[in-house]
Design a protein around this ligand. Structure first.
Ligand SMILES: [Cu+2]
Length: 169
Protein backbone atom coordinates (compact mmCIF):
# COMPACT_ATOMS: atom_id res chain seq x y z
CA UNK A 1 0.00 0.00 0.00
CA UNK A 2 2.80 2.39 0.94
CA UNK A 3 4.41 1.59 -2.37
CA UNK A 4 1.27 2.54 -4.30
CA UNK A 5 1.21 5.91 -2.55
CA UNK A 6 4.88 6.46 -3.41
CA UNK A 7 4.16 5.79 -7.07
CA UNK A 8 1.13 8.08 -7.01
CA UNK A 9 3.25 10.79 -5.41
CA UNK A 10 5.86 10.54 -8.16
CA UNK A 11 3.14 10.75 -10.81
CA UNK A 12 1.72 13.84 -9.12
CA UNK A 13 5.16 15.45 -9.08
CA UNK A 14 5.52 14.75 -12.79
CA UNK A 15 2.11 16.25 -13.49
CA UNK A 16 3.10 19.28 -11.42
CA UNK A 17 6.26 19.71 -13.47
CA UNK A 18 4.36 19.58 -16.77
CA UNK A 19 1.71 22.01 -15.52
CA UNK A 20 4.45 24.44 -14.52
CA UNK A 21 6.07 24.34 -17.94
CA UNK A 22 2.86 24.82 -19.86
CA UNK A 23 1.61 27.80 -17.87
CA UNK A 24 1.70 31.16 -19.59
CA UNK A 25 4.74 33.33 -18.90
CA UNK A 26 4.20 36.04 -16.34
CA UNK A 27 4.77 39.68 -17.17
CA UNK A 28 7.88 40.90 -15.40
CA UNK A 29 6.44 44.03 -13.83
CA UNK A 30 6.17 44.47 -10.06
CA UNK A 31 2.43 44.75 -10.36
CA UNK A 32 2.07 41.34 -12.04
CA UNK A 33 4.39 39.69 -9.51
CA UNK A 34 2.26 40.69 -6.52
CA UNK A 35 -0.17 37.98 -5.43
CA UNK A 36 -3.75 38.60 -6.37
CA UNK A 37 -5.60 39.67 -3.25
CA UNK A 38 -9.27 39.13 -2.65
CA UNK A 39 -11.22 40.54 0.23
CA UNK A 40 -13.84 38.75 2.23
CA UNK A 41 -17.49 39.58 1.72
CA UNK A 42 -19.63 40.04 4.81
CA UNK A 43 -23.16 38.70 5.08
CA UNK A 44 -25.98 39.98 7.27
CA UNK A 45 -24.82 38.27 10.48
CA UNK A 46 -21.32 39.71 10.20
CA UNK A 47 -19.70 36.46 9.10
CA UNK A 48 -16.94 37.06 6.56
CA UNK A 49 -17.10 34.60 3.68
CA UNK A 50 -13.98 33.74 1.69
CA UNK A 51 -14.19 31.41 -1.32
CA UNK A 52 -10.97 29.81 -2.52
CA UNK A 53 -10.86 28.12 -5.93
CA UNK A 54 -8.10 26.44 -7.90
CA UNK A 55 -7.26 27.73 -11.38
CA UNK A 56 -9.16 25.10 -13.40
CA UNK A 57 -7.20 21.84 -13.35
CA UNK A 58 -3.95 23.54 -12.40
CA UNK A 59 -2.19 23.07 -9.06
CA UNK A 60 -2.65 26.74 -8.25
CA UNK A 61 -4.97 28.82 -6.08
CA UNK A 62 -6.88 31.45 -8.07
CA UNK A 63 -6.27 33.97 -5.28
CA UNK A 64 -3.09 33.73 -3.26
CA UNK A 65 -3.98 36.28 -0.60
CA UNK A 66 -7.10 37.34 1.26
CA UNK A 67 -7.75 39.71 4.13
CA UNK A 68 -10.03 39.26 7.14
CA UNK A 69 -10.61 41.27 10.30
CA UNK A 70 -9.22 39.95 13.59
CA UNK A 71 -11.85 38.67 16.02
CA UNK A 72 -14.59 38.22 13.44
CA UNK A 73 -16.13 34.95 12.31
CA UNK A 74 -14.84 33.61 8.99
CA UNK A 75 -16.50 31.06 6.74
CA UNK A 76 -13.80 29.69 4.43
CA UNK A 77 -14.93 27.64 1.42
CA UNK A 78 -12.76 25.43 -0.77
CA UNK A 79 -14.74 25.51 -4.02
CA UNK A 80 -12.99 22.92 -6.13
CA UNK A 81 -13.87 23.81 -9.73
CA UNK A 82 -11.39 21.25 -11.12
CA UNK A 83 -12.55 18.33 -13.28
CA UNK A 84 -9.61 15.88 -13.05
CA UNK A 85 -9.66 13.17 -10.35
CA UNK A 86 -6.06 13.98 -9.33
CA UNK A 87 -7.02 17.59 -8.57
CA UNK A 88 -8.22 17.17 -4.98
CA UNK A 89 -7.66 20.18 -2.78
CA UNK A 90 -8.01 21.56 0.72
CA UNK A 91 -7.08 24.82 2.42
CA UNK A 92 -4.87 24.50 5.51
CA UNK A 93 -4.05 27.69 7.42
CA UNK A 94 -0.77 27.72 9.32
CA UNK A 95 0.62 29.81 12.13
CA UNK A 96 2.83 32.76 11.10
CA UNK A 97 6.37 31.70 10.18
CA UNK A 98 5.50 28.01 9.68
CA UNK A 99 7.73 25.97 7.37
CA UNK A 100 5.38 24.72 4.65
CA UNK A 101 7.80 21.95 3.63
CA UNK A 102 7.72 20.42 7.12
CA UNK A 103 3.92 20.57 7.27
CA UNK A 104 3.58 19.29 3.69
CA UNK A 105 5.76 16.25 4.41
CA UNK A 106 3.85 15.45 7.62
CA UNK A 107 0.59 15.75 5.69
CA UNK A 108 1.60 13.00 3.26
CA UNK A 109 2.19 10.68 6.22
CA UNK A 110 -1.26 11.57 7.63
CA UNK A 111 -2.86 10.08 4.51
CA UNK A 112 -6.28 10.32 2.87
CA UNK A 113 -8.24 9.04 5.89
CA UNK A 114 -7.20 12.22 7.73
CA UNK A 115 -7.72 14.57 4.77
CA UNK A 116 -3.91 14.85 4.63
CA UNK A 117 -3.94 16.83 7.87
CA UNK A 118 -1.54 15.55 10.55
CA UNK A 119 -3.03 15.41 14.05
CA UNK A 120 -1.51 17.49 16.82
CA UNK A 121 0.61 19.62 14.51
CA UNK A 122 1.10 22.96 16.25
CA UNK A 123 1.58 24.73 12.90
CA UNK A 124 -1.94 23.92 11.70
CA UNK A 125 -4.64 26.31 12.91
CA UNK A 126 -7.66 25.73 10.65
CA UNK A 127 -8.41 23.51 7.66
CA UNK A 128 -11.11 22.39 5.29
CA UNK A 129 -11.59 18.73 4.39
CA UNK A 130 -10.32 17.60 1.01
CA UNK A 131 -12.72 18.58 -1.80
CA UNK A 132 -12.78 16.37 -4.87
CA UNK A 133 -13.46 17.85 -8.32
CA UNK A 134 -16.79 19.69 -8.30
CA UNK A 135 -17.09 19.57 -4.50
CA UNK A 136 -17.03 22.23 -1.81
CA UNK A 137 -15.74 21.92 1.74
CA UNK A 138 -16.09 24.55 4.46
CA UNK A 139 -14.48 25.54 7.74
CA UNK A 140 -15.62 28.27 10.12
CA UNK A 141 -13.34 29.95 12.63
CA UNK A 142 -12.72 33.21 14.43
CA UNK A 143 -9.94 35.23 12.79
CA UNK A 144 -6.91 35.19 15.09
CA UNK A 145 -4.57 38.03 16.08
CA UNK A 146 -3.36 40.37 13.32
CA UNK A 147 -0.56 38.92 11.22
CA UNK A 148 0.24 36.98 8.07
CA UNK A 149 -0.81 33.33 8.12
CA UNK A 150 0.43 31.08 5.29
CA UNK A 151 -2.07 28.66 3.75
CA UNK A 152 -1.41 25.60 1.59
CA UNK A 153 -3.15 22.65 -0.02
CA UNK A 154 -1.80 19.51 1.68
CA UNK A 155 -2.87 17.00 -0.98
CA UNK A 156 0.38 15.14 -1.83
CA UNK A 157 2.55 17.04 -4.27
CA UNK A 158 0.49 20.25 -4.16
CA UNK A 159 1.87 22.40 -1.33
CA UNK A 160 4.93 23.67 -3.18
CA UNK A 161 2.66 25.25 -5.83
CA UNK A 162 -0.63 25.74 -3.98
CA UNK A 163 0.13 28.33 -1.33
CA UNK A 164 -0.95 31.76 -0.27
CA UNK A 165 -1.34 34.03 2.72
CA UNK A 166 -4.26 35.00 4.94
CA UNK A 167 -3.75 38.57 6.12
CA UNK A 168 -5.47 39.33 9.40
CA UNK A 169 -5.90 43.03 10.14
CU1 LIG B 1 -4.41 20.85 -4.07
Amino acid sequence: MARIYSILFVILLLVAGCAGESSAPQAASDEAAAPEASSASSNSDGMQEVVIQPVGDQMKFASEAFTVQSGTKVRLVMDNVATLDAMQHNVVILSPGSDINTVGAAAIQAGPDNDYVPADNENILFYTAIAGPGEQTVVEFTAPAPGEYPFICTFPGHYSLMKGVMIVE
